[in-house]
Design a protein. Structure first.
Length: 131
């Protein structure tokens, strides 16, 4: 790689970083310094990444054993604060989940689903790699 292409990439990255920090100052939660804005950008990226992984796991659980709809709802809840369409999808998924009179998902349903998921994943890993 020659120096001009490396410098060009560096300049593009710096422009991207500057635009991201500016956008964070405008839409973020009242950052007072550039360091805080950078940290919030990393938090947002991490939330979007983790939310995407959880949604994909939930989609897989629709066909495999596990609480697919609850896992999808958890992933969309992570994404909802940063991705606008995730809020709308989350409302649609929540309508399909078992809920009490207040519209909240009961804790036994969530805890039971997580336990079933953990057991299923553990047994699948054991069956695949350690048997």
């Amino acid at each position: 790689m020659n120096d001009s292409s490396h410098q060009s990439r560096r300049e593009r990255f710096e422009e991207f970083e500057k635009a991201a920090i500016e956008a964070e100052f405008e839409t973020g939660r009242r950052e007072e310094s550039v360091a805080e804005a950078k940290r919030h950008i990393l938090i947002r990226i991490g939330r979007v990444f983790l939310g995407t992984i959880v949604v994909i796991a939930g989609l897989l659980m629709l066909a495999l054993p596990g609480p697919g709809m609850i896992t999808i709802a958890a992933g969309l809840a992570l994404l909802a604060s940063d991705v606008p369409f995730a809020r709308r999808l989350l409302e649609n998924v929540r309508k399909r989940l078992p809920a009490d009179a207040d519209g909240k998902i009961s804790k036994p349903v969530v805890i039971g689903g997580l336990i079933v998921s953990a057991i299923t994943v553990g047994v699948s890993l054991w069956w695949t790699f350690f048997r």
